[in-house]
Design a binder for this molecule. Sequence first.
Ligand code: TNX
Length: 834
Amino acid sequence: MRKSILLIAIFLSSLPFLQAQKLDIIPKPVSIQQNAGQFVLPSPLKVVADKKLKNSIDYISANISKNTGINPVVSVGKKHGKNTISFLVDTKLDLPNDGYQLEINEKGIFVKGKTANGVLNGFQTLLQICSAKEVKKGTVPFVKIEDYPRFEWRGMMLDCSRQFFDKQTVKNYIDWLAAHKMNIFHWHLTDDNGWRAEIKSMPDLTLKGAWRGPGEVLLPSYGSGDKRYGGFYTQDDMKEVVAYASARGISIMPEIEIPGHSRAVTASYPEVGCAITQELKSVQGEVKNVWCVGREENYDLLDSIIREISGLFPFEYIHVAGDEVNRANWEHCPKCQALMAKEGFTDSFQLQNYFFRRVQKIADKYHKKTDGWNEILKGGEIDPNTLISAWQGISYGIESAKKGYQTIMMPGQYTYFDMAQSETERGHRWAAITDTKRAYSFEPIPNDDLTPEEQKNIKGVQGALWSEYLDRPARIMEYQSYPRISALSEIGWTKKEDKNWDDFYGRLTHSHLKRLADMGIAFRDFPPSAIYQNGIITVTPPYENAVVRYDAQGNEPTRNSPLYSKPIQTKDYENYLFRTFFNEDIASPAVKVEKLPVAEWSTSTAEILTISKNISEHVDKNGIWYLTFTPTADGASNGAIRTVSLFENDKLIQTFPEEKTLKSKPRLRFVIQNYNEKNTYRLNFTVENKEAKESSAKVNFNCSPYLEPQVKVTSSMVENPKFPIANLEDYNIETYLRTDVACANGDWILYTFTNPVVASKIDVLTGIPHHPRFIVNNGYVEYSYDGIDFIKGDAFDYGNASIFPKQPVKAVRIQITGTNNEPLMAGQDLKINP
Ligand code: TNX
């Protein structure tokens, strides 16, 4: 009896819970109260919108029809009639700016904000409720939401210089940001590789400086190849985009890159650069890409650029960059040197500072505040109203906030979405490999480092999408943006204590990915994980109902590949690839099968761990084996590893005595020559955690799929001593060759094997490993069985070529037939398939 009362009590108390549907709102609101019942959308559907929202009415009604299938009848006003959706601005609402209240009850739908942007934020929540998986079309559950953002600045930057994105693409991008309650679009309009904003007083900036290719003032770059490539926005285009964004609650901050990253300017107006003969390369390998600071006329040009830009963009800030300035130009320039002497400067950062103080004066004239990359803090005082975009790391944001500047946290390590999302994917990796989970983990206010007063200087957060590597494949800009921007939106909006990865991931995969797909975004889906153990591959799909397909021959799975439905028994696990498919356009990267780690540790006390493991079940063949140590988290990479030894039947076969830090992610090469099934293999090593900080890692042991025969490499090209030719002989993918100049017709690189090699296929890769920069465009490979006569193989296709020899190969040669249109050329180790 008592038991059944208890059961009834549990049942009753869970009733409201049972009725509540998951609304899966991203970013997560401050408070949601769900009530029993639902509002059935009538047809016709009446909408009233405050006159303060008049510029957004088309946007609102178009999205209501898109989401509900009903075309609303919209009127401007404040009166909420029966069965209406009303959008009202109430300046007296007791909520922070951009906040809103959303109430859905039997009388209709009420969206109230203190400002028009607040109402638009409420509208986004309403759209998400309508598109939540569990909400039936045509109905909206009763709910009361009160919500406001954690940060006033929730931004995203898009680089439209390295790749040009047309006006419509930019508008789409803005729509997607608005759907995530982001409120700033930082438009990177100029850079070395193209000037994209029409400036009427300097027409050549776009007549010439917006184009690259044969015969153009700018060399081809970033995949643009041997064709004319480019484009720009007219002033009318920019005004149109500004109005479009404003109707969606988004302000646009234009960025004009000065004084560095200005090759497009100096190529169009050579007199703007320093008059020097030296070819001094910037970080990205560009020459002559800096404004001369000693040339007085340049300040008149800057005045007209800033005047025109200020007239087009009503937002209070204009971004004037200041990153990665190659100050060496100034050090060789007579005018800059004269200015230095006149001002009594002793270091070229002072010139940079002088430049920005003059730029600030110009901006003041046009009533603009400036934003700059964190480097502009160097060289002297700057205007205290300058906003700092801290991109190089969290510590740069801390420094800026401590100095009293309003600061936008946008550390490359978390919020640069041009970074690759995993080891095998395309993208930059200088800051980190950043998947959605890592991006989500970013906390913009480092508590321990800033006082409460200093914390107030953190005005907000921002992401950036630089476009060097967005030329291919199709729609990669969408793939790089989402769902990482969904994660960013929650960092910018949601209270710190409500941020929780598992909860976010649940909302994302349950409803939000579908919303992204419905908006037309070809996002990156989450990959499955595939584990091999005891002859069986077991796959865990990334979330419930995810569709996973596989290929068993080492090819990337396609939409027609077999579905994974149960564990696969095989000895051939290395050849399997798995991939999640969301729909026709959307998929995850393909992933290989992982073996379980051979060892793991985790400690945070100061201690020496002696680890000894029988790893026989992990070794299954002769070959080259790599032992890799991977920290399990960023903060856990403390400690050092020593005396790593491998024993075969208790006999030492190889040892690495020297100490290596875990931070360096050691990768040790072992050769197993006498494998047989009865052998035992033992791995011993020592971990010393000197500082009592967190040290935790997993250790993997994998057989290389490639052969690594002894090879000697020579070339007609001169090596950069920091990236010598000998790097092509070590079969370590992380080390590679760089020349100092572009390659030219007749150049070659020759790989000669000590002994002829039996191979089914040899892949010849050029460019920086992992990303296609400084590749060979014009050329082919050839190979020889005797080292004398060569057989011509494939031409390079986007930096890669393969050969399929029929006999043992003595030599492989890269033959270059034309320039690669890059500042230099990079080469890699051969990948030799048995
Ligand atoms: C650094 S971030 C740059 C950009 C590159 C980016 C690539 C910044 C202010 N400068 O020019 O595109 O890295 O991640």
